[in-house]
Design a protein around this ligand. Structure first.
Ligand code: PLP
Length: 379
């Protein structure tokens, strides 16, 4: 018999219900406008999203993957180049590098923040390094200042993978404004999510923005003038209308995510669960909140048994995926990423979650650790 979920991992229905009338109004007016591609909804959303990210420009595109692809192309990445990134990311980060013809070079992450190890980047830089993609994992920015310092010394571009980090901050500055360009995803489950696929490139560089706008629209520079082999990577008007509505609420939702994360930490403080650590200069947005423990399977089983949804967000890492064996890495190449994949369990953390639900999850997790320790003692 199927277990009834007491606490689902994600509950998009409750989020849509909160803003349903605004969404219906925005969608209805877009339907009536009969402009569905490259119209006023997109322009309005782009200028507001740019401001939200402390950036001069935002270009809406069809997904986070498209955003990464176009950002790389816009800074000139192509065949013969190397692009450094991490193995504990969603596969799209590495896909986008491969689409350009460049070679992905992987480096491990830090054990405390789960984000790119800038010292490992320093060791991996070669004369061919054209770009680095730091992934702001789980809604927490990477250590950007030392990385930008390296970029200046070696002359490479930094493209933030901010697909999980809408509204996150580093030294008071917004994710999306920290590198030369950034890629965002508006996949429905993201902190800012549409009713389908969507994404954006943000930048302060007018040339990068212009290049992205050209390439997302078939390389069309003017009416019936095609200067480049481009793509159909546009963000449509219906998605832009939805995203513009939700952008009004995302900061409030983020605040609630922060409260929930703090509550989990407080309730689990006397256990041996570990958490992603945020240095003081980093303000996370908790796209994902995960506990870390060696007994990953026992934890998942207990959550299943209690009717609690959980997620598995970075496992197994890219370098051990069958389709990526050709990159030439082996199991053991990136010990921190591999350990994280074996130890993390993502918990429900959406803004509509109640404190009672968090209490229930934490109590369940507390029991697992107790039963694990007593099982260990009995042995
Ligand atoms: C870190 C990261 N990079 C890239 C992507 C790709 O975004 P999309 O699914 O919108 O193509 C995602 C989201 O799914 C992601 O989490």
């Amino acid at each position: 018999m199927e277990q009834i979920q007491k606490v689902p991992f994600l509950d998009l229905k409750s989020q849509q219900d909160e803003v349903r009338s605004e969404l219906v109004e925005a969608l209805t007016s877009t339907i009536d406008s009969t402009t569905y591609i490259l119209g006023p909804q997109l322009e309005r959303f782009e200028s507001r999203f740019a401001r939200y990210c402390d950036c001069r420009y935002a270009a809406g595109v069809s997904s986070g993957t498209a955003a990464l692809h176009l950002a790389l192309l816009a800074v000139g990445v192509g065949a013969g180049d190397e692009v450094i990134t991490v193995p504990n990311t969603f596969v799209a980060t590495v896909e986008a590098i491969l689409y350009t013809g460049a070679r992905p070079v992987l480096v491990d992450v830090r054990d405390d923040t789960y984000c790119i190890d800038v010292e490992a980047v320093r060791r991996a830089v070669t004369a061919r390094t054209k770009a680095v993609i730091p992934v702001h994992l789980f809604g927490q920015t990477c250590d950007m200042d030392p990385l930008m310092g390296l970029a200046e010394t070696h002359g490479f571009f930094v493209i933030e993978d901010a697909c999980q980090a809408h509204g996150a901050r580093y030294m008071g500055r917004a994710a999306g404004s920290l590198g030369h360009a950034a890629a965002f995803s508006f996949y429905p489950s993201k902190n800012l999510g549409g009713f389908g696929d969507g994404g954006a490139v943000t930048t302060n560089d007018a040339r990068i923005a212009e290049r992205v706008r050209l390439l997302r629209h078939h390389g069309q520079a003017g009416r019936n003038v095609y200067t480049d082999i481009g793509f159909n990577y546009r963000l449509d008007e219906m998605q832009a209308a939805v995203l513009a509505v939700k952008l009004n609420h995302v900061d409030r939702w983020t605040e609630r995510r922060r409260e929930l994360a703090a509550l989990y930490r407080e309730l689990l403080r006397d256990t041996d669960y570990r958490f992603q650590e945020a240095p003081p200069e980093v303000l996370p947005v908790y796209y994902i909140f995960a506990v870390r423990h060696e007994k990953q399977q026992a934890i998942r089983d207990s959550l299943d048994g209690a009717g609690i949804g959980w997620g598995n967000h970075i496992a197994p890492p890219i370098h051990v995926q069958p389709g990526y064996a050709f990159l030439g890495y082996q199991e053991g190449s990136f010990p921190v990423s591999e350990r994280l994949a074996r130890e993390l369990v993502s918990l429900p953390v959406y803004p509509q979650l109640s404190n009672e639900q968090v209490n229930y999850v934490a109590t369940t997790l507390g029991r697992v650790v107790v039963s694990i320790s007593s099982a260990t003692t009995e042995r």
